[in-house]
Design a protein around this ligand. Structure first.
Ligand code: FOL
Length: 186
């Protein structure tokens, strides 16, 4: 059976460039943003690529209270107990428990491959109008196919208690970021 459950992407990206990474790591350190990521993805299945797996500090992987699925073309790849290794996006999406939501957590190559299966994107936009945050990896998508939703819609879609301010914006470490939800335009 093909994927019928809803698939979401979750990422933090610079605005407007949509930078997501640098040298295999997140280009920033934002504690409150990471807490949001953890709250949103808890009790779900998280799908990631091999490079993202290795970018997670060893003490934090596998991500606790989530089903971890890692995609690699290497059929002998192994990531330890409790972690499911897959060699394709299709088999990864097929691994998700019914009654669990699915979050694709990157990186760029996996976001791209999973985008056709996704109906929602939880994007934290980190204000970087003058392009000060150096990135070497970017999230690319067709903005004509997607629409940023009003903040009430984000809270509704989260469907659980995630502590975010009413206006969905936070300033931390001198950076201003906003939690957003994007859905496909019909
Ligand atoms: N989405 C969003 N919104 N923010 C992100 O930082 C993010 N990062 C990734 C994917 N989607 C994202 C991929 N990178 C951890 C580290 C890197 C990472 C994802 C997760 C990590 O260590 N997470 C721990 C929290 C550790 C802590 O408390 O500092 C976790 O349990 O989720």
């Amino acid at each position: 059976m093909t994927q019928s459950r809803s698939v979401s992407l979750i990422l933090a990206a610079t605005d407007p460039a949509f930078g997501i990474g640098r040298k295999g790591q997140l280009p920033w350190h934002l504690k409150g943003e990471m807490k949001y990521f953890k709250q949103v993805t808890t009790d779900s299945t998280v799908i990631m690529g091999r490079k993202t797996w290795y970018s997670i500090p060893v003490e934090y992987r596998p991500l606790v209270n989530r089903k971890n699925v890692v995609i690699s073309r290497d059929p002998s790849a192994c990531y330890g107990t409790g972690v499911l290794a897959c060699t394709s996006v299709e088999s990864a999406l097929g691994q998700c428990d019914k009654n669990k939501s699915i979050f694709v957590i990157g990186g760029a190559e996996i976001y791209k491959a999973c985008l056709p299966y996704a109906d929602k994107m939880f994007i934290t936009l980190i204000k970087d109008e003058s392009n000060k945050i150096k990135c070497d990896t970017f999230f690319r998508f067709n903005q004509n196919e997607w629409q940023m939703q009003p903040s009430e819609r984000l809270k509704e879609a989260l469907g659980k208690d995630v502590d975010i301010p009413d206006n969905c914006s936070v300033t931390e470490d001198g950076l201003e970021y906003t939690f957003t939800l994007w859905e496909r335009r019909n």
